[in-house]
Ligand binder design. Structure first.
Ligand code: FUB
Ligand code: ZN
Length: 626
């Protein structure tokens, strides 16, 4: 199965179209201002002029590329002259900065021209180049503009002239180029890029690692003095930080830097797709299962630790100190889509949905111009979204994901049409060699009621695969004229029939608020519960409760009421019953048991993604159970 080209599908629901409109009107214009004001764009001007000092972090070029990619996607949603102008400016600056041999990386061009490709593990040259390629492909496919694609091809050819079988053994410490080369190969039809990507994926983890030599090279290490600290343990090279600990087929767990790991596995899944490489697919499934069954927050956040921006141990999921980088959840969504395409199994779509509606979306403010880098599940009031970061990987990552959301809701394959996320959309595509229009009307994620309308010129026989969400306990279907029940396949309800031109399928997934518990091995959450409703995880904020949510204990037997709050228009809230300790300034530090007074309270919970939009205040996802 594959996603529809972005031009063939439009999100029409009030939930995501709001984010996509914000993307065009607020998010991208304000990001462009940041790219200019922080010197990211002028680094390209300086590189073109071969004069001036590089400003910022050594991988800042990637922010420009991800921004360009997001603009390309956004412009398929609708025309926006300001965004088109920003994109055009960016493309021109990139073109001008590329060296005649195809090399482009303004950090090295401006400050270290003699040190190119010397510290592959930490210096991100191929990582930045990978984002360039993704942008080149997006601008070409979405807008028919080849300029960045040509820059990308020249860069990829340059990389292929230095690295590869019979040449130098080397691959980037931060994966990204592998998946980008695969995209480039798909678009250009040039198998060289695919072969290079495969070689990079397969070479990682072999011994000796090319990074071991880099660690012995003082000049290479001087580029980033912390290079060894993340790769070496007890004096031995480990490589986990960069997933260089073992060859891919021997991977059993997700380790190291979370974003690196996600991008690596995306490429590996793409390589496994369409082949019968069972060992590769098995390794991917093992790592996915380890991640989603033992190392993922209930929000779809991943990578609990700030020190390596990544993974620690099974069930280690601290709430207050959770790193759960926005980029890592974006990466999980990207990888989940590839696993879904590889296996056809709805459990991947379940995780994509979980991450999208929770851990990813919390990364951006409701106003579309403030961001979280880390996405904790508890706050004592010290967290606050900001308009930008010195290390600003997350804002353009979430922008490119919001711009390309349409890729995650539906897919097509020969005589099958898949609906993975039943948000409102309309599309025009070809199914079973016939033109088909399909429209979904829903109020997702606020309601599980969905209407699917078929717009066909003539009756067409095809299979509709409708994902049954993991949270749906009681699905009701109304399909006039259908006398046979649906088949079930890999978590999808399958309707195999000749569809009439104006058929209508109505579904109610039965969305109800539910309390969930964590595996007791997640020690942090013992005796705690989290509130969910359909795809959304809810959270308690002090501004709703009038007291810190840490004082609250939920009565999980009591009725939960669906409502609204004027502070967060358009959102559904859930009001639950429970108890709260009364804080008393006179109370001793250690009073005798039973002497702290409690009162019965109602507590309004809001969707997790929407927390921290009414000022900084205490927040808690996993509340105590009364
Ligand atoms: O290193 C490039 C990006 O910056 C990573 O993906 C993020 O984790 C941040 O370190
Ligand atoms: Zn990030």
């Amino acid at each position: 199965m594959h996603s529809l080209p972005l031009a063939d599908i439009q999100l029409t629901d009030t939930f995501w179209s709001r984010w996509q409109n914000l993307l065009l009107d607020v998010t991208l214009p304000t990001q462009f201002t940041q790219l200019v004001e922080t010197g990211r764009l002028s680094n390209f001007e300086k590189a073109a002029a071969k004069a001036g000092e590089f400003e910022g972090l050594w991988f800042n070029d990637s922010d420009i590329y991800k921004f360009a990619e997001a603009c390309a996607y956004a412009l398929t949603i609708r025309e926006a002259p300001k965004v088109r102008e920003c994109l055009n400016t960016v493309i021109q600056k990139i073109q001008a900065a590329q060296e005649p041999d195809g090399y482009i990386n303004t950090y090295f061009q401006l400050g270290h021209p003699d040190m190119k490709w010397r510290n592959l593990n930490m210096m991100h040259e191929m990582y930045c180049g990978g984002h360039l390629i993704e942008a080149g492909v997006a601008v070409f496919e979405c807008l028919g503009d080849r300029r960045l694609l040509d820059v990308s091809i020249r860069f990829a050819d340059h990389v292929a002239s230095v690295f590869g079988p019979g040449k130098r053994l080397g691959y980037c410490g931060h994966e990204e180029i592998e998946l980008a080369l695969l995209e480039l190969s798909r678009v250009t039809g040039n198998a060289t890029y695919r072969d290079l990507a495969r070689w990079m994926v397969e070479s990682r983890g072999s011994r000796p690692s090319p990074y071991e030599a880099e660690l012995l090279d003082p000049d290479a290490c001087s580029l980033w003095p912390g290079t060894g600290s993340l790769l070496v343990r007890d004096g031995h090279y480990i490589g986990e930080y960069s997933q260089d600990h073992a060859p891919i087929r021997d991977h059993t767990q997700v380790v190291g830097h979370a974003v690196r790991a996600m991008y690596f596995y995306i490429a590996a899944a793409e390589l496994a797709d369409g082949t019968s490489d069972e060992a590769l697919e098995a390794a991917l499934v093992r790592c996915w299962d380890n991640l989603t069954q033992k190392r993922m927050y209930v929000t779809g956040g991943i990578g609990p630790s700030a020190s390596n921006e990544g993974f620690t141990a099974d069930y280690d999921l601290p709430n207050l100190s959770a790193y759960a980088e926005t980029c890592a959840s974006c990466g999980l969504v990207f990888w989940g889509r590839k696993m879904l395409e590889l296996t056809g199994n709805s459990e991947y779509a379940d995780i994509v949905e979980r991450a999208l509606y929770n851990g990813v979306l919390s990364g951006i403010s409701l106003s579309g111009d403030h961001y979280f880098y880390a996405n904790p599940l508890e706050s004592r009031g010290t967290h606050k979204r900001t308009p930008w970061f010195f290390c600003a990987c997350c804002p353009p990552n979430i922008a490119r994901l919001i711009g390309s959301l349409d890729r995650y809701v539906a897919s097509v394959s020969d005589d099958r049409f898949y609906i993975h996320i039943p948000t409102g959309f309309r599309c025009q595509t070809t199914i079973a060699d016939s033109k088909a229009g399909i429209e979904v009307e829903s109020d997702y994620p606020w309601s599980g009621k969905v209407i699917i309308r078929f717009k066909l010129d003539v009756p067409v026989r095809f299979k509709l695969f409708l994902r049954i969400p993991e949270w749906s306990e009681n699905m009701e279907v109304d399909l006039p004229g259908a006398d046979e029940p649906a088949d079930y396949d890999n978590g999808y309800a399958v309707y195999d029939r000749t569809w009439a031109p104006s058929d209508v399928l109505k579904v109610d997934f039965g969305m109800n608020p539910v309390w969930v518990e964590a595996n007791p091995k997640v020690r942090e959450n013992l005796g705690r519960v989290a509130l969910s409703n359909g795809p959304l995880i809810y959270t308690a904020e002090e501004c709703d409760l009038g007291f810190a949510p840490q004082l609250f204990a939920a009565n999980t037997d009591a009725t939960i009421t669906v409502g609204k709050t004027s502070g967060l228009p358009g959102l559904q809230t859930l009001t639950v019953e429970g108890f709260a300790e009364i804080e008393d300034d006179e109370e001793a530090l250690y009073p005798s048991e039973g002497s702290i007074a409690c009162r019965e309270v109602s507590a309004r919970f809001v969707p997790y993604y929407a927390w921290n939009n009414r000022g900084a205040n205490s927040m808690q996802v996993w509340v105590r159970k009364a």
